[in-house]
Design a protein around this ligand. Structure first.
Ligand SMILES: NC(=O)c1ccc[n+]([C@@H]2O[C@H](COP(=O)([O-])OP(=O)(O)OC[C@H]3O[C@@H](n4cnc5c(N)ncnc54)[C@H](OP(=O)(O)O)[C@@H]3O)[C@@H](O)[C@H]2O)c1
Length: 269
C-alpha cells in the first residue's frame, strides 16, 4: 500500500533535528515556505547561534509561524529533556488559533564519525556507544516521546522523515559506523511503520550534498572514496540542499512509496 500524501495546506507542527546548518536549515525553511501560516516548528541542534540564524531566516519568509529553538546535545539527551520540549510544543498547539492537524518529525541530525579507519579498528566500546547515542538512540527516544505526546491531539496526519543515506544500503570503505548507524535507523523506522499503519514514514537518501559533512568527508575519507566523490562533484552530481529538498517534497506529495521504505533522491518511483 502506498504512503499517505502530504497535504501542504494543513497547519502543521514540525520538529526537526540538526536545524542549525546544512540540510536541516534548508529543510526547515522550505517546510515553512510550503506550509500555511500558523504552523509551528521546533528547531533542534547544539549551536544556539546556528538555530537563531535559522529562526531569523524563517522570520524573513514573512509567514506567521511559531518558531521554537531548542539547543540540545542529542549525544546525551534524555527522554525527560525531550518531554519538556514537547510539553512546550503542546502548549503552542493548544493556544493555536487554528487546528493543527498534521505533524512532521524530521530526524536529520547526524555525524559521519571517524571515516579514516578500517571496520576492524574499533576496540573502544565507549566510542561506538557515543556514535550510536546521537545517530541511533536519540532518534528512537525522540520518536517515542513525540508519538506519545502528539497522540492526544489526534492529528489526522503524522509524517516521520528519517534522513538516511545510500550508505545504509551500500558498504563504503572506512564508513563502518556511519553505514551501520544509517542501516540500523532504517530498520527501526521500517518496524515502526509496520506496527503502526496510521503513520507515514520515509527513510530518504538525500544524495551527496554541499554541506559541512561533505567537507569532512573530502578531508578524512580513504583516498578511493575521496576520488569517487571528487568524480561525482566533477560530474555535477553533488547536490545543493535545495535540490534534494525539492525532490523529497515531490516524493511526499505523490506518496508513491510504501511507508517505512528507503527512497533515494535519484530513484524513479
Ligand atoms: N552531506 C551529505 O553528503 C549527506 C549525504 C547523505 C546523507 N546525509 C545526511 O543528511 C543529514 C544532514 O547532513 P548535513 O550534510 O547537513 O550535515 P552537517 O552540515 O554536518 O549538519 C549536521 C547537523 O546535525 C547537527 N548535530 C550534529 N551533532 C549533533 C548533536 N550531538 N546534537 C544535536 N545536533 C547535532 C548539527 O548541529 P550542531 O553542530 O549545531 O549541533 C547540524 O545541524 C545527516 O543525517 C547526514 O547523514 C548527508
Amino acid at each position: 500500500m502506498n504512503a499517505t500524501k502530504v497535504n501542504w495546506e494543513i497547519p502543521s507542527l514540525c520538529v526537526i533535528t540538526g536545524a542549525s546548518r546544512g540540510l536541516g536549515r534548508v529543510l526547515s525553511l522550505s517546510l515553512i515556505k510550503k506550509l500555511p501560516r500558523n504552523s509551528i516548528i521546533a528547531l533542534i541542534a547544539r549551536s544556539e547561534n546556528g538555530l537563531k540564524e535559522t529562526k531569523q531566516l524563517i522570520k524573513e519568509c514573512g509567514k506567521e509561524t511559531q518558531v521554537i529553538t531548542a539547543p540540545m546535545d542529542l549525544n546525551t539527551v534524555s527522554a525527560t529533556e525531550v518531554e519538556q520540549l514537547l510539553a512546550k510544543l503542546c502548549q503552542c498547539v493548544e493556544s493555536s488559533p487554528v487546528k493543527i492537524d498534521q505533524a512532521f518529525l524530521i530526524h536529520n541530525a547526524g555525524t559521519i564519525g571517524d571515516i579514516s579507519r578500517h571496520a576492524s579498528s574499533f576496540k573502544d566500546s565507549d566510542e561506538i556507544t557515543r556514535y550510536f547515542n546521537l545517530n541511533f538512540n536519540s532518534a528512537v527516544v525522540l520518536t517515542s516521546v513525540f508519538l506519545e505526546k502528539i497522540l492526544k491531539y489526534k492529528t489526522k496526519f503524522r509524517h516521520i522523515i528519517n534522513i538516511s543515506s545510500l550508505a545504509s544500503q551500500k558498504a563504503v570503505n572506512g564508513w563502518a559506523l556511519y553505514c551501520s548507524g544509517k542501516a540500523a535507523r532504517n530498520m527501526y523506522f521500517k518496524v515502526l511503520a509496520q506496527e503502526d499503519p496510521s503513520l507515514n514514514v520515509i527513510c530518504y537518501g538525500p544524495g551527496p550534498l554541499e554541506t559541512d559533512m561533505m567537507k569532512d568527508i573530502l578531508e578524512h575519507a580513504f583516498p578511493e572514496v575521496r576520488a569517487f566523490i571528487q568524480k561525482l562533484s566533477n560530474e555535477g552530481k553533488v547536490l545543493k540542499c535545495e535540490t534534494t529538498v525539492a525532490r523529497l517534497f515531490t516524493v511526499l506529495e505523490e506518496g508513491k512509496f510504501k511507508s517505512g521504505n528507503y527512497v533515494d533522491v535519484f530513484e524513479k518511483l
